[in-house]
Design a protein around this ligand. Structure first.
Ligand code: ADP
Length: 230
């Protein structure tokens, strides 16, 4: 689904991604873990074509990412920081995005599942952080793309919303989607991730299943296994 070969990216003198090689498969949840500043967001933006590699290649369904507009239709993206026009209501924003995209959308079921009904008429500028994050999720997931990239989708969510998100991710996996997610919520990773990618200082230190991570590090919790690399 996504094939990354020898990816390098620097911002000025700062080398943020160093020879990253990854193969990301469909029908699986891949969790990208690593401390703040390890390059997770840059990796996602590179896959999206929002950041171009200095060296190396990224193919999404066999197409190189430089052809951003050809392959973006395959991708949904939940950005870490969503920028919303604060004077629009939630409903107006959803309507506007649907008109721009002109594609079938399932925003109704997402609004239900994330309990957003009572916020539809509220202006975006008045919403709490967690509610804004739910809107961010609806916007990204309402169109049916086979690849879903989620950058800290759990930020600000309460336990009920977290459970709703977990079920959404499970359903998307069942539907065969390729899901790439960054999060600091380790129980969610333990429950959901089929594959774990551990990034540190822009390098991939590990890619594999949770049980492979545990046997490699001889640990039996995710926190301890990760601490092994630090
Ligand atoms: P993570 O998502 O793991 O926290 P990021 O990919 O956001 O890491 O950032 C990795 C490093 O790259 C950080 O040191 C960050 O400050 C730097 N960085 C990210 N984007 C830019 C940019 N556009 N310009 C300069 N530095 C950047």
């Amino acid at each position: 689904m996504i094939n990354i070969q020898h990816l390098h990216k620097s911002f000025g003198k700062l080398e943020v991604l160093k020879d990253v090689q990854l193969e990301i498969l469909p029908g699986k949840v891949t969790a990208v873990l690593g401390p703040n500043g390890s390059g997770k967001t840059t990796l996602m933006k590179s896959i999206l074509g929002m950041t171009l590699p200095d060296k190396g290649t990224i193919e999404v369904r066999g197409e190189p990412t430089r052809h951003a507009w050809n392959y973006r239709k395959h991708l949904s993206y939940v950005p870490q920081i969503a920028q919303f026009p604060s004077n629009l209501t939630v409903q107006e924003l959803l309507q506007m995005i649907k008109e721009v995209r002109q594609e079938p959308a399932n925003e109704g079921s997402l609004v239900d599942r994330l309990s957003l009904q009572q916020f539809l008429d509220k202006k975006l500028g008045t919403l709490s952080g967690g509610t804004r994050q739910k809107v961010n999720l609806v916007l990204a997931l309402m169109f049916d793309a086979p690849i879903v990239l989620m950058d800290e989708p759990t930020a600000g969510l309460d336990p009920v919303a977290l459970l709703a998100l977990k079920r959404l991710i499970q359903d998307m996996r069942k539907a065969g989607k390729c899901i790439l997610v960054t999060t600091h919520i380790m129980p969610l990773v333990e429950e959901l991730a089929d594959e774990i990618v551990f990034l540190l200082d822009g390098k991939v230190y590990f890619q594999g299943s949770l049980s492979e991570l545990f046997s490699l590090t001889e640990k039996n919790t995710l926190e301890e296994a990760i601490a092994h690399f630090l």
